[in-house]
Unconditional design. Structure first.
Length: 200
């Protein structure tokens, strides 16, 4: 275990200051990603109880879960109208779906930043290699070339390793976001058709 920790420390040291930036990007990416996955998985905002929606719309006090909360909010009040229901669903959409969209923008930006930061390390490593080549032959020159090569390779590899899991997190969040948006549209359509049958 101690040898593994030392190996990681050595890689960070050989990667230069770019590795510190990559570590910061990785921390922000994974914290944001995990928080976003927890946010989209929370509650029961699915259409698994769709057969009960009409009953809940007619009897909102019996509605349960996140779907129930949405229905209660959408149909409460004595002067209900189609426009009012539409406005309430727009508010719900803003709170849920647009919040997820904002998180996805942050995640996507960090995913793109990781390999680009790794590429910066590659360029710096190659510049160090050229410095070694320009220093002429000898042991010192070879050490400079080797150090530059290690920096170039480690930073590129680290950037890709940081970005790949983030892409899977983004895929999960995006898929769940689309499911939530679809369920909200279905609930809205059910509320309108159930509460305002006379105008259909």
């Amino acid at each position: 275990m101690q040898e593994n920790v030392q190996a990681v420390i050595d890689i960070f040291a050989e990667g230069g200051w770019v590795m510190v930036v990559l570590a910061s990007v990785a921390a922000m990416l994974y914290i944001t990603s995990v928080a976003s996955v927890i946010f989209v998985m929370k509650g029961n905002l699915t259409n698994s109880k769709r057969d009960q929606w009409e009953h809940w719309i007619q009897n909102p006090e019996e509605a349960t879960g996140r779907v129930g909360e949405i229905i209660k909010y959408a149909v409460h009040g004595p002067r209900l109208s189609v426009k009012r229901v539409q406005r309430r669903f727009d508010e719900i959409f803003d709170v849920l779906v647009r919040t997820i969209d904002q998180r996805l923008i942050i995640i996507s930006t960090l995913i793109a930043a990781a390999p680009m930061t790794g590429l910066l390390g590659t360029v710096l490593g190659m510049l160090a290699m050229f410095d070694g080549l320009s220093a002429g032959g000898g042991k010192q020159s070879m050490e400079m070339i080797a150090a530059g090569m290690r920096e170039a390779l480690f930073t590129t590899l680290t950037g890709l390793v940081v970005a790949l899991p983030g892409m899977f997190f983004a895929l999960i969040v995006r898929q769940k976001r689309n499911e939530i948006a679809a369920v909200l549209s279905q609930i809205q359509a059910t509320v309108v058709t159930t509460k305002f049958k006379s105008i259909q």
